[in-house]
Design a protein around this ligand. Structure first.
Ligand code: ZN
Ligand code: ZN
Length: 198
């Protein structure tokens, strides 16, 4: 494991430790293993994520697929489904979170304790207890067989096109620079999306 791709690196990146982060981290590990690929140094591995929750931060750290590199694609479907492609082989795998997995299977009282902590109802002892059990739940997620967490099958979508560098234009309304492929033409004026929406 390269030193910046551990789960603790994901916790630093995300800002807190949580089960969702651990699940996204494992989803990336599972997808890369199914592809027979390592983390993406550049853009050879592409991840398509169908939610924008905690898990995607774990996925980015573990897989090396990030928004900035253009090899992380977000589809706003509200589904815990992650598709990974390897551009070198064209292979794609779909990693789907199992509906029969929940943190209650690891620690049945954890959800209620978490609710009390987040609602501000927990005292200091309960908060310490929560921290201890949160660590244990995350450790368990990191250690479980992938089959307990996900089902893995072939990708059901095509490989997304490679990230391109687009030229810029100037919006005729606000005067700010905008990538040409995002310009909207309204009454013959070439506008950025926010100005086009006014
Ligand atoms: Zn989180
Ligand atoms: Zn504008």
């Amino acid at each position: 494991m390269s030193p910046n791709r551990t789960f603790e690196d994901a916790v630093l990146f995300h800002g807190h430790r949580c089960p969702g982060l651990a699940l996204g981290y494992r989803a990336a590990e599972t997808g890369l293993a199914a592809l027979g690929a390592g983390p993406s140094g550049d853009e050879e591995v592409v991840a398509v994520v169908e939610n924008d929750a905690c898990g995607v931060d774990g996925l980015q750290v573990r897989s090396g697929c990030t928004f900035g590199k253009g090899n992380l694609v977000f589809l706003d479907h509200g589904k815990h489904v992650y598709t990974f492609f390897d551009r070198r082989t064209g292979k794609g795998v779909r990693v789907v979170s199992r509906q029969d997995f929940s943190t209650a299977r690891i620690d049945p009282g954890f959800g209620e304790l978490r609710r009390r902590v987040h609602a501000g109802e927990a005292d200091e002892a309960e908060r310490a207890e929560y921290d201890r059990r949160l660590r244990a739940v995350c450790e368990a997620i990191l250690a479980l067989p992938a089959d307990d967490l996900f089902t893995v099958g072939p990708a059901t979508m095509p490989l997304p096109p490679e990230a391109e560098i687009h030229p810029s234009e100037t919006c005729a309304a606000c005067g700010e620079s905008v990538a040409a492929h995002r310009v909207r033409e309204v009454d013959g004026r070439r506008l950025c999306i926010p100005c086009a929406g006014r």
